[in-house]
Ligand binder design. Sequence first.
Ligand SMILES: Nc1ncnc2c1ncn2[C@@H]1O[C@H](COP(=O)(O)OP(=O)(O)OP(=O)(O)O)[C@@H](O)[C@H]1O
Ligand SMILES: [Mg+2]
Length: 415
Amino acid sequence: MVVLPLLLLLVIGLGGKAMPMFKNLQKKMDKLNRVIREGLTGIRVIRAFNRNKDELSKFEEANNDYAVTAIGVNRLLALMSPIMMLIMNLTSIAIIWIGSHFISEGSMMVGDLMAFIQYAMQIMMSFMMLSAVFIFIPRAGASAERINEVLDMNAEIVDPATPKTSDKPVMLEFEEATFRYEGAEKPVLENISFKARAGETIAIIGSTGSGKSTLVNMIPRFYDVESGSVKVNGVDVREMEQEALREKIGLVPQKAVLFTGDIESNMRYGKEDATEGEIWDALEIAQAKNFVERQSKGLHARVEQGGNNFSGGQKQRLAIARALIRKPEIYIFDDSFSALDFKTDAALRKNLKPETENAVTIIVAQRITSVVDSDQIIVLNEGTVAGIGTHEELKESNEIYREIMRSQLSEEEIA
Ligand SMILES: Nc1ncnc2c1ncn2[C@@H]1O[C@H](COP(=O)(O)OP(=O)(O)OP(=O)(O)O)[C@@H](O)[C@H]1O
Ligand SMILES: [Mg+2]
């Protein structure tokens, strides 16, 4: 009766103290992992800039930090077992001490005392086991809390309760769309308005960081507008089912992403049931047929993680083919032609023309030559539309466009 509450107090007291330490430990573990991962993914850059030693000391710092905390926690928990043993043995002594008096008085048998000690030990052994479990509880608690943080996160982009579909012809429209990244002071895009109909090619040009990628990412609803709207075929993208919306879109992201597998499996990301003929067609339009044919295994050539066994331009062409195979209603090429040489760029855009006859095509580009023949060119400047028009119109009237031209073309070409 005296000892059990004591044991309970010990277990709860130590457990309570260990809990925040475990949480702290988990954070340090995160940091250690981050340092290791960054070091691994950036290993070539680290070597190229001779930063090995600095990276090593970064790791050592994170590692030491972790070690110090871990040692602290373990020191605390290491106390548990000797204290328990001490209590257990003191209890035995007390029982024998008190029992011996009873025996000498003749009111108790030696056998009874032995049995009593056995029972008491059994109870206390169980408490020892319990305390072992209690050591794990704070740790599991800290981990569970972190898992729940992720699980409890609500997605910001959710499907509407009653999704709308559209029977209108292919069309894309931005109406006074304004967007701000979470926590940013200034909106990245302000009052963007334009309209594109089937068969039209819209080019977006502007300096780095002017918001081009952000703008095209609004179309598949990766982000929601702050005010205004983005409409596909006349329906606000927020009123559509995400899957139905994205089905209409063939996106070639700025950074080409391929997946582990082979070329064929990557092409099937675009269209699951694509035939071999369709795959070759798409590769041909994307100017990728030649180098795929040159692979000894053709369509079954291995693609490593992130497509690392292909060159930048090859990856980009495969990503373009993956979007083409979908035959979507809206094509989005985010700076997809920049890794291609001028000749391939021109050939690709020529091939693209008949493909995109009934679709809206959005081309983000840095090079004037990639945009000259577009139906509309949108000049973005610091998140606002600085001008919309054809090449000829903008050449006459838009100072920013003229500046971009001057920096890229010779005087004769401009004239
Ligand atoms: N995920 C993000 N969170 C916060 N700010 C961002 C994020 N992505 C981009 N930005 C900011 O938004 C602005 C526009 O970026 P965006 O990627 O749209 O530029 P861009 O015109 O595509 O540039 P580039 O030609 O280099 O691709 C930049 O100033 C950038 O700092
Ligand atoms: Mg971009």
